[in-house]
Write a protein that binds this ligand. Sequence first.
Ligand code: NDP
Length: 284
Amino acid sequence: MTGNIIDGKEIARQLRGALRSQVQSLTAEHAVTPGLAVILVGSNAASQLYVRMKKQACAEVGITSFSHELPDDTTEDALLSLIYTLNNHPAVHGILVQLPLPPHIHTQRIVEAISPDKDVDGFHPHNMGLLATGTPLFRPCTPWGCLELLRVSGVEVAGRHAVVVGRSNIVGKPVALMLLAEHATVTLCHSRTTHLAQQISQADILVAAIGQPEKIPGAWIKPGAVVIDVGINRRADGTLCGDVCFAEALPRVAAITPVPGGVGPMTIAMLLKNTVLGAERCIA
Ligand code: NDP
């Protein structure tokens, strides 16, 4: 933490360092090298960038990445068939399908085709169910990254009031479940929540995952709160910002994540961690 700014980039760098050592031990002691299959369908520029970053991060920690870049017109059956092959591939411990998929492919069908034992994104209903019952196998990466930022920053979660804004299956809902598992009292807000400002003002820990630039003004935030801003938005001038107005919030809060450089780097780090966990389970 620099002042009251939670440095996600640095925390993710340290986590990758620890993972590199874990990968070295796995390889030396068990002759197992963690493997991540990364599937990209189509030519979405942002997805191509994310896939490139994930492959680079794998290389940095010694995880083998198996890249499958498929054309836009790939059929759902062809994609399913690739996933079934990877489900049974012994060198692959994690399977990641980069979202969004082209509109002719049913995303949920693809997510459910991935073996829950290799579901390093943690999106499979089986893994969501295990998370909800408090016995997670793979935790979704972005929410887990949020919890890791709180843990490393020494933020007490138990007994505190956490307010999560956003209820998507990939961020809001799982982050609320994880905070609950850490014994926070959790309020989950969404677009139909009335008196949003009042709800937010009660938060000891605020997690914003809305996807609207600087929607939450500093004045709504309780002095001394901890803010985890998941949002990644582009302002009219092209610069990136979160869902919280960072400049207004900074003087009020005990700690806050910046955008960029907060939650974003943690998402990839947790993906690597899930892949290493997948490989470790194979030898257990
Ligand atoms: P979704 O669009 O799937 O969900 C947005 C959620 O915010 C919905 O639950 C919606 O409510 C709620 N919401 C929207 N507007 C308001 C509002 N005015 N007041 C209260 N709630 C509102 O987004 P995601 O969860 O996928 O992503 C959220 C943000 O996080 C995005 O900016 C995304 O780019 C970013 N993100 C960042 C990642 C990272 O690695 N840092 C990874 C994933 C996402 P309702 O359900 O009622 O519609």
